[in-house]
Design a protein. Sequence first.
Length: 376
Amino acid sequence: MRRGFAPDEFQARLRKAQSGMAEVGLGALLLTTEPEIRYFTGFLTRFWESPSRPWFLILPAMGDPVAVIPSIGAPLMGRTWISDIRTWAAPDPEDDGVSLLADTLREIGGPVGVPSGPESHLRMPLAEFERVKRASAFVFRDDAGIMAGLRAVKSEAEIGKIAHICGIAGRAFDRVGEIAQPGVPLSAVFRDFQRLLLEEGADWVPYIAGGAGPMGYADVISPAGEAPLAAGDVLMLDTGAVWDGYFCDYDRNFAIGHATAAQRAAHTRLIEATEAGEEAARAGATASDVWRAMARITGSDETSGRLGHGLGMQLTEGLSLTHKDHSLLKPGMVITLEPGVELAPGMIMVHEENIVIREGRAQRLSRFAASTLSVI
């Protein structure tokens, strides 16, 4: 699997963005977050963990993007396809890129669109954003959903990367028997599972969660505790691992020592619900249609939360599989299917898989689990 993208991939994304900008009358798009900037440049670095510096990318109505970034990022940005790179010595408490950004926007023209819909945020101080608006003297407004719409539908190259990290995670899941036995603390299982993911080829593991207990687990977001696994427990591991900037996000359940009848029945129902969601997940259907197909089997109601979501450059992005989300599914959208069932009051089991919407039946990106609960 090749890392990165060919320049024509980024150019195609740019052309689509500029077409959308022309339709809504925008002269520029101002992007400030890691996935937005990486989407159009390929600028991949973990340096975003440092919040000290703002970063900017401007998409003009015509021509190539302009990067306005701290000087520390110039060498790496210079290895992307971006040629117009303007820098300042950051962090600068008096003028942290504000004047350079305003000057560049005046040169490019407005009105300026800024992603402002669900899941978006502005990665710069609000006061400095107000200074940029005043200095550039342009109208700033919502990007009309251009950024979200582009990212929702993946190219074949993007889908290939997600499939690749799904395969890496699948091989790590196959090895869970090496690290999970009665008496092993759940915290040790979490640490060792991250090691397995790295050994199988993941670049890093930003997200791992799970739980264990004889009647399931209370939630799917808690960090691991020190309690040891016991025979009769069901163990769940959920990972968002990354390869070349793209996530997988799916889980597996395992019975420790032996599976109880309740655990086996719950797992079978989860697989049935997942397959029903897969069957419903077709181009032209809505996110709520897929939710409904799974909810019929799991007994989930409108208070149960979402049963899946969009996936790609971020662990969760875009649509949610809820009864209220009527987003249309389109070929190229990558989503998770994540039904859950209750084993006892306050205790659940959850199952998750990754698919991509195609013309006709969806394509599996994760290797779907068997209906029989694995015992280790």
